[in-house]
Design a binder for this molecule. Structure first.
Ligand code: XMP
Length: 515
């Protein structure tokens, strides 16, 4: 998509580079992260309105430390250097950088030493809390620069060459601990670089629809609809762009939660006139899973069967040329980081292999968006809360929550228990506070007593976790009354269950799902 104004962030490898992009976008300016070793000609071709240089695990004097090509400086754009970005500017432009006597990490007090547009509106210019994380510091300023702020032991905690519109901060304005960080970033965007806040979700929808029409023309597109927020928003956007030339395929693998199929398809068909084909493949999936207890084998069977069915259905659509996917921006950045793709990419979480086997061209309407922006687009397009805030649900569905063999009877027990967990989370207001909450059916029976009778029945485990990105997670500290209510209801209402236990493990070393 072409954006009239964009800020390019050169990523030198900091853990929080993505946050800079998010903060800038929250201010209404489109922003993209590119590896610091991107060919300057490519950066120029992006036609940026301003540049931000990120932090880095390197020090500028380290061997192999990334530099700043002269061709980037020659673009004569407003520049904001952050942390390593500041040191790099000092180093490259004729100042000097030395190791600090001690590494400064965490909160620090920052004082403005010279008034400039970056500080407009600061609550207390003499004393504002900032977040630092650096071992090196700028010792002498490059020609043309002056100090605009200091902090504790470091005299040059911020510097500027106002004539060239180059500003640099030793602290991180993008992290929440920096009191006026968002204000400082906005000042750079609007007062220094003189940009306009035109990046809104309404403008995204409009431009994305135009871009997809241009990409696809009169071609046909196929999309696998899972009911998750990403594929749903991708479908609704494409539907707006190309209408009936989009065919969605929803595969009911028999491993969905109670009423899930109706909730997903029913709503979309009713409100968006989507072209959805629902393939009822429950029998096929369940027959292939019969007798299988190994988690990896279950996952493989489900993955292969899904591809087989999707492929068949897609081939049946005459003249289909494109495959739409709900890839998000963090996946795009992750796979082209200058340090190479991260080892933590979860291959089993994506349906790999589809494009290669099907020879389809990809359409990825969300590849510029962060997850929270996808939610904002969903709201913009009128999707309801229950879709916007739907918790993640794994591709292999309930099969990895029925521990051991997956049978229709055991799925039925889990579905009924899970429905109660979902209901209780929503009714208590905890659904949106936790990352995920669900029930797991264990492969064992235990003794209980109901009335005067001894029972020997199934155990349900409750798994509810807090997380930011599913890479790490901790068990949610739900109120005991809520847990009691879940447990009582499950035991009273779900025939076949006489015991409920709570999973109190964190990830790592456990995982969120049990299989
Ligand atoms: P784990 O269990 O690895 O899960 O801690 C991390 C997150 O990923 C989800 N998950 C999956 N999502 N296909 C998916 O689309 C999968 O095969 C899959 N396995 C786990 C899980 O629900 C959690 O949000």
């Amino acid at each position: 998509m072409s954006h009239t104004q964009k800020v390019v962030i050169l990523d030198f490898g900091s853990q929080v580079t993505q946050l800079i992009a998010r903060r800038i976008r929250e201010s209404g300016v489109y922003s993209e992260v590119h590896p610091c070793n991107t060919d300057p000609a490519k950066i120029r071709a992006l036609n940026p309105s301003a540049l931000v240089l990120s932090g880095s695990p390197f020090g500028v004097r380290d061997e192999g430390a990334p530099g700043l090509p002269q061709a980037i400086l020659d673009l004569n754009l407003p520049i904001l250097g952050i942390c390593y970005g500041m040191q790099l500017l000092a180093h490259e432009l004729g100042g000097s950088v030395v190791a600090s006597s001690e590494r400064e990490y965490g909160r620090a007090t920052f004082s403005v030493t010279k008034d400039c547009p970056l500080w407009d509106g600061l609550a207390d210019p003499a004393k504002t809390t900032v977040w630092m994380s650096h071992g090196d510091r700028v010792e002498s300023l490059p020609p043309g620069f002056e100090s605009i702020g200091s902090s504790g032991s470091i005299p040059f905690a911020a510097m500027a060459d106002e004539g060239r519109k180059i500003y640099a901060l030793q602290f991180h304005p993008e992290v929440a601990h920096t009191e006026d960080g968002s204000l400082i970033l906005r000042n750079f965007l609007f007062k220094v670089a003189k940009l306009k806040p035109t990046w809104t979700m309404a403008s995204f929808v409009e431009e994305s629809v135009a871009a997809m029409r241009a990409q696809v023309g009169g071609g046909k597109v196929v999309l696998g609809l899972s009911g998750g927020i990403d594929s749903t928003v991708a479908a609704v956007l494409l539907n707006k762009a190309i209408g009936k030339n989009l065919s969605c395929i929803f595969v009911d693998n028999g491993l969905l939660r109670m009423h899930e199929r109706e909730e997903v398809i029913g709503f979309l068909a009713e409100h968006f006139d989507l072209n959805v084909k629902c393939v009822d493949a429950a029998d096929l999936f369940l027959s292939r899973l019969a007798g299988i207890t190994d988690p990896e084998e279950k996952r493989k069977i489900i993955g292969h069967t899904f591809i087989e069915i999707f492929d068949q259905e897609a081939q049946a659509i005459k003249g289909v040329e494109f495959l739409a996917q709900g890839t998000l921006y963090p996946d795009v950045i992750e796979s082209c980081s200058f340090r190479g793709p991260s080892a933590v990419i979860k291959s089993h979480h994506n349906v790999g292999g589809l494009p290669e086997t099907m020879k389809l061209k990809l359409v990825e309407p969300l590849r510029e968006l962060f997850k929270d922006e996808v939610r904002a687009v969903a709201a913009e397009m009128g999707l309801p809360e229950h879709i916007i805030w739907r918790q993640p649900f794994p591709g292999p569905g309930l099969s990895i929550r029925v521990i051991g063999e997956v049978t229709p009877e055991r799925l039925d027990i889990l579905r009924r228990a899970d429905k109660i967990v979902q209901h209780e989370l929503v009714a208590s207001g905890w659904y949106r506070k936790v990352w995920q909450g669900f029930a797991v059916l264990l492969p064992l029976k235990t003794v209980g007593v109901m009335g005067d009778d001894r029972t020997y029945e199934h155990v349900i485990a409750l798994r509810v976790v807090d997380s930011l990105d599913a890479m790490t997670a901790d068990w949610s500290r739900l109120p005991s009354e809520l847990l009691a209510s879940m447990s009582n209801r499950i035991i009273n209402e779900v025939k076949g269950v006489n015991r409920v236990v709570l999973d109190i493990s964190s990830k790592p070393p456990s995982t969120i799902e049990w299989e």
